[in-house]
Design a protein around this ligand. Structure first.
Ligand code: BG6
Length: 516
């Protein structure tokens, strides 16, 4: 297969978007890993399929420890590709991408590896036309971020000469608490400017998450009521049916709180709670997100006890599969006190959200896979209905379904037909796939594309990461000193521990979606 193969095939098509990625090499550290095979290369394939990569300047270089050559690496990636792209496989697209893909072997602390990488980049520049631009993707554990960045720097691979650019995408987890996140930021700042660092959070690659800003700011009807005068509270649910699968080793050290809350869920919260930015420029948006995160009230130890619930699953059927108890999962400590479920109530103490609680819950081994944000509006006054069969007016709810079944629904009251006055709840429902159809995607396409274009809007800035960890830190600190008393406390396939319901019931509220 040569680089020329397949070019015609791709060039004959019209780009689906106005812009294409600029010439560049994408260098993936951790090329043998799951992420590369399941998400990154399939995303590059999808971008190529959508004609968003340039045929005169695209290169992909994988770096790994295995002793293999370019051909074997391409075969390895190609083998499972069809199963990961989310649509039907076109061999022509892979025939186009594969010859642009090469492999560099070595350890991350080995100077010779960086010398080999420099040669590979030079080949990509001269033979594939990448113009010296490089997007490094660190799909590796965070302890390697600093080491790799330092080595890249020492070998001159971060120098941006003559209009070339060099950027670095780093994967989550970005630290395991506030101290370690700060240390990582410091370490990266020694070798990189903030404008070169792209901290990825794959939730921001989801169309429905990106749509939150569009929903709020491109519609005149929502923003005027998006505040404490009209909104009673906000609920965010991220429920998964899976257990920890093969990731017990990582998960048992992380737990549900670290794994999901300061990253994915706080991204959702910041987009729901932020003030309108002055533009869609990356820093204008991230300034507002960061302000919202900073306004989250810190928890005292008493708050943690009252407002944060943790759970761990016992054996049960979830999502049609029998799961063992968490403590019996592969690579999990049999006496583990790691949480697989968290629910919490938090307060955003600013003018817009004062006294509007945000309730969130996230967990594994729950009955149904669903991620949604529910904006619960205040109830209308009751007085007109006093002498009718209506015993209680109901609140309007705007439900933003992030996944699966992406869409938005507005719940409102309607008269049930008949002689008496009775109220029913009905929905206006918009479904993404019904309306727009669906484009095959892994969720990483947009993020990789933005990395190539140099748009940091969907990437976390150092201060956002630290503001998020600052909220979670007191919870981690208290839990460390106070091991959970009743683990396991929910069965796989149920909607979490009873305390998660009590968290809302104490406030006279309930979870909108009982997950069953
Ligand atoms: C990852 C977490 O970041 O996100 C996983 O480490 C979790 O534990 C996953 O399952 C959820 O992502 P998604 O896109 O399936 O909601």
């Amino acid at each position: 297969m040569s680089v020329a193969d397949g070019i015609e095939h791709l060039e004959s098509a019209v780009p689906i978007a106005g812009r294409k990625a600029p010439p560049c090499a994408v260098v993936i550290f951790g090329a043998a890993g799951d992420l590369t095979q399941r998400k990154l290369v399939p995303s590059l394939y999808n971008l190529a399929n959508q004609r968003l990569l340039t045929s005169t300047g695209t290169a992909v270089i994988g770096i790994g420890r295995r002793e293999i050559g370019d051909l074997e690496f391409r075969e390895h990636l190609g083998r499972e590709l069809a199963g990961h792209i989310g649509g039907s496989f076109d061999p022509g697209v892979w025939n186009w991408l594969a010859p642009r893909t090469s492999y560099v072997r070595g350890n991350f602390d080995e100077p010779e590896m960086y010398a080999r990488l420099a040669e590979a980049l030079e080949r990509a520049r001269t033979q594939l036309g990448t113009q010296g631009n490089v997007l490094f993707y660190l799909a590796v554990a965070p302890e390697y971020f600093g080491l790799i960045a330092r080595n890249l720097k020492e070998h001159g691979l971060l120098d941006e000469r003559d209009g070339e650019w060099r950027r670095v995408i780093v994967e989550k987890p970005f630290g395991h608490d506030l101290g370690s996140a700060r240390a990582l930021n410091r370490e990266l700042s020694e070798t990189l400017r903030e404008s070169q660092v792209y901290r990825i959070d794959h939730y921001l690659g989801k169309e429905t998450v990106q749509n939150l800003m569009v929903l709020r700011f491109s519609n005149a009807i929502f923003e005027p009521i998006w505040n404490r005068r009209y909104i009673d509270h906000v609920q965010i649910t991220v429920a998964e049916t899976l257990g920890v699968e093969k990731r017990g080793g990582y998960y048992d050290k992380a737990g549900a709180l670290r794994d999901m809350v300061p990253n994915h869920i706080f991204q959702l919260i910041s987009l729901v709670a932020m003030e309108p930015p002055i533009s869609f420029q990356a820093d204008a948006v991230r300034d507002e997100q960061c302000k919202a995160l900073r306004a989250i009230q810190p928890y005292s130890p008493e708050d943690v006890q009252r407002k944060v619930v943790r759970g761990q699953y016992a054996a049960g059927m979830a999502g049609g599969r029998q799961l063992p108890e968490y403590r019996a999962e592969h690579a999990v400590d049999p006496g583990s006190s790691t949480e697989t479920f968290v629910a919490m109530k938090l307060a955003i103490d600013n003018w817009r959200w004062s006294d509007v609680p945000f309730y969130l819950r996230v967990g594994k081994a729950l009955p149904r896979r669903t991620t949604e944000i529910a904006i619960q509006f205040r109830r209308p006054p009751m007085m007109l209905f006093r002498n009718t069969e209506v015993d209680r007016t109901k609140s309007n709810v705007l439900v933003i379904r992030i996944q699966p079944d992406e869409g938005i629904a507005l719940k409102f009251g309607a008269k049930v037909p008949g002689a008496s006055l009775r109220l029913g709840s009905v929905y206006m429902d918009f479904s993404y796939s019904d309306h727009f159809g669906s484009t095959p995607a892994t969720g990483y396409e947009r993020l990789l594309f933005d990395g190539m274009l140099g748009d940091q809007t969907l990437f976390q800035r150092a201060d956002m990461v630290e503001a998020s960890w600052a909220v979670v830190d007191p919870i981690l600190a208290l839990w460390k000193t106070l091991p959970p008393a009743h683990f396991p406390n929910y069965h796989a396939g149920t909607s979490g521990p009873a305390e998660a319901n009590e968290l809302l019931e104490r406030d006279g509220r309930h979870w909108r979606n009982n997950l069953d």
